[in-house]
Structures are given as C-alpha cells and as structure tokens.
Design a protein around this ligand. Structure first.
Ligand code: SAH
Ligand code: TMP
Ligand code: ZN
Length: 406
C-alpha cells in the first residue's frame, strides 16, 4: 500500500486510471518507441485528508529545458496574475524595500509586475526554457527546484522574504514537507505565503478528473493544507476562491498567532465538513462519476464517427492527456488537436499520438465538432471562436457532464 507523503499513513488508492504518459510530454514519431509510462492512481489519506498520487514520475521527466507549458499563452491568465500581483502589493508589501519570491514563476507572467515596479524579487523556476523567457522580460530568476535547502541558500544571499507566492506549483511538489520547512525558513516573522492551486471541492463538484495527471501530486482542500502547515507551526489565515483553472483556491499562510484568521477560513472549514470531504465514501462516488463520464464521452465520439462527422480537439492542455488516454480516444476518433503553443505544434499528443496542429488550420477549415479540452479557458475561447459557431460548428464539453452545446 502507498504511504501518505504528508503523514506517512498507509492508504488504499481509491481510483486507477491505468497506464499514463507524461501529460506535457508532446513528442515526435522517433520518440514513440521509448515513451515513458507510469500507473496513474489517486488516493485519499484517512488521517490527514490529503488526496494524492500513489506514484510520481521522476521530476526531471516533467520539468526540464523543453517544458511545454508557457503561462503567458493565455490572456485571461495574464490578467489574472496582474490582479494577483496588485492584490499582494496592496495587502502585504508595506515594508521598506520589500522582497518577494515566487515558486514556479515560469515565463515571468506574475513577477514581471514586481520587476516593472522596481520591487526586489526572485523567481525559482526549474524548467530552463521558461526561466529563460522570464529573464528576457527582466525578471530575476534562478533555475532550481524549491525545497528546504534552496530556501536556506536564498536567505543567505538575499535575506528573508515579505511574501512568498506560488500559483499552480505547490501541488506539483511531492516533497511537500521540505517545501513547508523551506517556507518557514524563508519568510520573515510576519511574512506571508500566498499560493493557489486547483481546489478539490471543485473537482468533486464538477467531476473534473482531468486535473489528475503526473504533475499534480496533490489535490488540496483547506483541511489537508491546514494539517500540513500545522506540522511546521504555520497556519492558514485567509482563503479566497478563484475562478481560474476550473476552480482554484488561494490560501494565505503565516506563522501561527501572528496574523488574524479570517471568517472565510472558518466558513470554508465548515463547508468541507458538511460536504464530507474527510470521508472515503465521497471519493468512491467521484470514481463512479468519472466512470460514467468516460462511457458517455466515448459513446458520443463513436457515434459521431459512425455518422462520418469531423471531430477535432481544441487546446492540447496537460489535462487532455488524462482524458484522451483514460477514455482511449484514438486518432481515428479525433482528427487532430488545435493549439496555439509553437512548441507543441507539429508534435503528437502523449500516449495516444494524436497530431497537434497550429490553430490557423482550425480556422482555415472548420470541423463539424470541436472537443473542448481547454474548458477552463472557455470564456476566452468562445469569445474568439464565434465564427466557428456561425459556420455551424458545435462544441463538445465533458465538464461538468458530457454534452454537445446547443
Ligand atoms: N505559476 C505558473 C506556472 C505553473 S506550471 C502559472 O500558474 O501559470 C508549474 C511550474 O512549476 C512549472 O514552470 C515548473 O517548472 C515549476 N516547478 C515544478 N517543480 C517546482 C519546484 N520544486 N520548485 C519551483 N518550481 C517548480
Ligand atoms: P492549460 O489548460 O494547461 O492552461 O493549457 C493551455 C493550453 O491550451 C496551451 O497549450 C495553449 C492552449 N490554448 C489554445 O490552443 N487556445 C486558446 O485559446 C487557449 C486559451 C489555450
Ligand atoms: Zn496523510
């Protein structure tokens, strides 16, 4: 049985998705034969409540000099991170000469706002290509995996931080206890960690199982996060739900007793208990919902194929890798996947090897149906793809349930 990465309790995984490739491992045909696969299994620790992957691939297979995810490809995320930066500045940066650190700073989408304002900052980003893109924007960045030792080294060189930030990164790090220890070392006495990640409550509510893939080692709730940080004398002082990445939660964490704990923390804690997020039955229900979603999606795609319809995928998101491989969506069911990221175009999707094509191809010859893998960017996408609809094209979605949009 796997052991919880937080409290070391043994637990039985509640769900298996079978053999999975690296979610962002877009590849060329000469790489097909030695593609890496691992067992994607997820489980709930009955003691600390952490939902987690039972096995994690080696981090160097996921985060490296050819990392395919550039944060700045989404204009919606660019404005989200501008607001995130403004809120942090207004609420937490009243010290003289403040120092801000961001984990997983990627191409500098958030830290660029601190750089432009002349605020001392440092990004910690292990994927060299995206780190380089940040450096070119004038964002100070070091190419490292954050942990306790890196925290110590930063303090020795720059001193402690007023604010430590992270978006869609803390849930990526399996050695989370070392991260929490690092947070404690790096933060000033009254410093605050502000981070956000996809929220487990949204996954349960929307059956958004495509959040489950190699890079996401954890699926956080307030209660599991509180358990983790309390092991290091830290506490969650505020929470703010975020309408990005299919439903995220922003957590603010500080040394115990230094900041007031907001009413929002108490009410979210009560809501999680009312929803039974501490009970294994909830995860059994999620498994049944996921299985139903798979049979509905595959039945729809097979039916469209029989009718001779053209169906393509829209946005080669990391999440799409779970859906495609778990539902066994093969290239005969999905002609290609349209995507805006140059590094993905011309390659093939992980596992199923569906071609990834530039979005211009989608615009040049609309298919009859587009399967919306980028559902978390739906507003942005629908707004710019009005002529697809006008041409008679239809969207297929699978969150919160499989359907063809009218
Ligand atoms: N914050 C950005 C990027 C999220 S993707 C956004 O929200 O869009 C996750 C990023 O975390 C990747 O760029 C990856 O290279 C980085 N990462 C992975 N493990 C890390 C670690 N241990 N420390 C810091 N960054 C890490
Ligand atoms: P994400 O859901 O993991 O953020 O992945 C975003 C992917 O979606 C990235 O490969 C770019 C792609 N994309 C498009 O192709 N078109 C779009 O309009 C948007 C917003 C994203
Ligand atoms: Zn545990």
């Amino acid at each position: 049985m796997p052991q919880c990465l937080i409290c070391e309790t043994e637990y039985a995984p509640s769900m298996s998705f079978g053999r999975m490739p690296i979610a962002n491992g877009f590849l060329t045909p000469d790489e097909f034969s030695d593609e890496y696969f691992f067992e994607l299994r997820v489980g709930f620790c009955p003691k600390c409540g952490m939902v987690q992957l039972a096995e994690q691939p080696d981090r160097k297979k996921m985060f490296h000099e050819n990392y395919a995810f550039f944060s700045s490809t989404s204009t919606r995320m660019a404005s989200h991170f501008k607001e995130f930066a403004d809120q942090v500045r207004a609420r937490f940066l009243d010290a003289r000469d403040p120092f801000v650190v961001e984990l997983g700073s990627n191409d500098g989408i958030m830290l660029q706002h601190f750089a432009k304002a002349g605020i001392r900052h440092l990004g910690i980003e292990p994927s060299a290509n995206v780190a380089q893109a940040a450096i070119e924007k004038g964002v100070r960045t070091i190419c490292e995996f954050f942990d306790e030792q890196v925290a110590q080294a930063i303090v020795s060189e720059h001193g402690q931080a007023d604010v430590l930030m992270g978006a869609n990164v803390i849930c990526h790090i399996p050695y989370l206890r070392s991260v929490a220890a690092g947070v404690k070392i790096l933060l000033k006495h009254d410093g605050v960690l502000v981070f956000e990640d996809p929220y487990l409550g949204d996954i349960l509510e929307k059956t958004s199982y495509d959040q489950i893939y190699d890079e996401h080692a954890f699926y956080f709730s307030l209660s599991s996060i509180s358990y983790l940080f309390s092991m290091f004398d830290l506490e969650v002082v505020d929470v703010i739900p975020q309408d990005v990445h299919g439903g995220s939660m922003r957590y603010m964490v500080a040394r115990k007793g230094v900041h007031n704990v907001s009413a929002a923390v108490r009410s979210l804690c009560a809501r999680e208990r009312a929803l039974g997020m501490h009970k294994p039955e909830v995860y059994d229900q999620l498994r049944r919902n996921i299985e139903r979603s798979r049979s509905n999606l595959i039945a729809l795609l097979k039916d469209l194929k029989q009718q001779g319809k053209r169906v393509v995928g829209y946005a080669a998101t990391s999440k799409s890798t779970t859906v495609i491989n778990y539902c066994d969506i093969t290239p005969d069911l999905l002609e290609y996947i349209s995507d805006t990221t140059p590094i993905k175009q011309g390659k093939y999707s992980p596992g199923a090897h569906i071609p990834i094509r530039p979005y211009q191809e989608f615009n040049a010859s609309y298919p009859e149906f587009a399967l919306l893998f980028g559902w978390n960017h739906a507003d942005e996408i629908m707004a710019k793809e009005q002529s697809f609809k006008r041409a008679g094209g239809k969207w297929i979605v699978y969150v919160p349930e499989v359907k063809v949009l009218a």
